[in-house]
Design a protein around this ligand. Structure first.
Ligand SMILES: [Zn+2]
Length: 309
């Protein structure tokens, strides 16, 4: 069955302008901040160890499925293949990073997905999942090269994975209440207003701890409000160093989007980013590129606005 695809161009300001906007906003929320435009380092190298060289070449965001596929009732048939999603966003040879739900038909249970997939020549899959084990602890697992599926939802950033200019963001010691990713998104929303600006890429929690959730196996009864969702999710305090795969968009242009979503992993932990819990010691480093388009793939027909934090 083919998936519905809607596409909208995004506002694409120069990186230098975005850097100034982010610098000014982050300074209100962190003690030390440097935002610059740099040549993207080879992200295949340590400490990022991603499958793509960089974040450049036809950069675009994809928002696939959504929370309505999970709640109130799970739609088990909502399984996607990232290889095919690359075709859906008109970039069959893409390097894709993102945050979604793991392939339950492979993992055996519901899970968090850290998507990191390179298509095209020498395809490879560096995706991981984090699931809840029988004892209630998180467990991190590599997915094999052959397993490029995800389920329910995926927020992804796709590009040709080339070298080029990107935003480098470094921030240390949080002085405000806003988390790192929300701070970036709100800065763009406050500056660019009605013009949607999208970013995708990766950030590292260099120092400190982050509150992350891991979805346990599918709920036995429907979840019908944020309170139900928060009781169902498993929350953990996870230690640096962690690498996150991240997307955000300043404004939803009427496509029922999840406006920010970041999943990450450390040596043996992984999950969905909420915020750091160590304002005094926290340090972030990020590389993002500005997306040219947003693709809305398999948008749920019935929607709601809970469970999206
Ligand atoms: Zn998530």
């Amino acid at each position: 069955m083919s998936l519905t695809v809607e596409q909208r161009p995004l506002h694409v300001p120069p990186l230098e302008e975005v850097a100034v906007v982010l610098q000014d906003a982050l300074c209100m929320n962190f003690d030390e901040v440097v935002v610059s435009v740099v040549e993207c380092p080879d992200l295949r190298n340590k400490p990022y160890c991603l499958k793509g060289r960089g974040l450049c070449g036809s950069p675009r965001l994809g928002d696939v499925g959504g929370v309505p596929n999970l709640i109130p009732e799970v739609k088990m048939d909502k399984v996607y293949d990232i290889k095919k999603l690359a075709v859906s966003v008109d970039l069959p040879n893409a390097f894709i990073v993102g945050a979604g739900a793991g392939p339950h038909n492979f993992v055996g249970v519901n899970s968090e997905l850290m998507a990191n997939v390179k298509m095209g020549e020498n395809p490879s899959n560096g995706s991981l999942i984090s699931k809840i084990d029988a004892a209630g602890n998180y467990k991190l697992m590599d997915l094999p090269d052959s397993e490029t599926r995800c389920a329910l939802m995926l927020n992804m950033f796709a590009s040709e994975g080339q070298a080029g200019k990107v935003l480098k963001i470094w921030a240390k010691k949080r002085t405000g209440d806003t988390n790192f990713v929300t701070c970036l998104r709100q800065a763009l929303e406050n500056h660019f207003r009605e013009k949607p600006v999208g970013l995708g890429g990766t950030f590292r929690l260099v120092k400190g701890h982050a509150k992350c959730h891991v979805m346990p196996d599918f709920p036995s009864a429907p979840l019908t409000c944020d309170e139900d969702v928060n009781k169902w999710l498993c929350f953990f305090d996870m230690p640096a160093p962690m690498v996150f795969l991240s997307t955000l968009i300043s404004k939803d242009p009427g496509l029922d989007l999840r406006v920010e979503h970041s999943h990450g992993y450390g040596d043996d932990c992984g999950g969905h980013y909420h915020y750091d819990t160590t304002p005094d010691t926290v340090e972030y480093e990020a590389f993002y590129n500005v997306a040219e388009f947003i693709y809305r793939v398999d948008r749920p027909k019935v929607t709601h606005d809970f469970g999206r934090n």
